[in-house]
Design a protein around this ligand. Sequence first.
Ligand SMILES: C[S@@+](CC[C@H](N)C(=O)[O-])C[C@H]1O[C@@H](n2cnc3c(N)ncnc32)[C@H](O)[C@@H]1O
Length: 245
Amino acid sequence: MKPHDRLAATAIDPRNPLEQARRPIRSFVLREGRLTPAQARAFDKLWPRYGVDWLRGTLLDPDPLFGTPGPVYLEVGFGNGETLARMAEAHPERRYLGVEVHRPGIGHLLLELERRGLSNVRVLRQDAVELLTEGLPPASLEGTYLFFPDPWPKQRHHKRRILSAEFVALLGRVIRPGGVFHAATDWAPYAEQMLGVLNRAGDRFANTDPAGGYCARPEDRPLTKFERRGQRLGHSVHDLIFRRC
Ligand SMILES: C[S@@+](CC[C@H](N)C(=O)[O-])C[C@H]1O[C@@H](n2cnc3c(N)ncnc32)[C@H](O)[C@@H]1O
């Protein structure tokens, strides 16, 4: 069994009874979906180059992963990695970590990293909450992105939404003072919840919008697949950009 499969069968697999008992509510449901033949080959060929097999209980030092200096940015739940690849290409001086659970999306990103010839991205197949809780050293990130997280629109599923007061506390630990947290969503009620939670974390995060509201989309946030779909459905997008105090 390959490391990224092993992790799926243990730490991030909600069907694993031990994990189920430990953390019954997760922000994702592990629907494996089918890998295309190209994505399957990408796991074999490219995971050794771009993949990081973090094991719970260990601390991940970003420096040896990249071998080059530079600030580290994390994208949580990168989907198919389109945005991550484009940000990394636009900023070769930065180092990017991407964490996602969905294998086809990861396979897609691996192919995209190779196609664009990028060397400043490393990929983890993990529950981002685990990684933020115990995998990253304090103040190790310059910034964290959370773009179009699953909105879990039904009331009974709201507890699955990844952005909560607890999540913001985790971000406060790993983002260095002066660093940035940038979230975007096209689900208005979730945007309101995010804004409330972040504005209440005033000891750790300051809203970069002087009026305490949403920001305009910065030019360096590429449009994502989910965003384009939301636009077609007439949803407006809310960007929230907070600076770590
Ligand atoms: C709605 S999609 C958005 C993907 C991408 N950010 C975009 O804008 O196109 C949300 C993604 O977050 C991932 N996700 C949800 N919870 C996660 C977690 N705890 N750790 C890692 N990935 C997670 C899901 O697998 C899914 O791919």
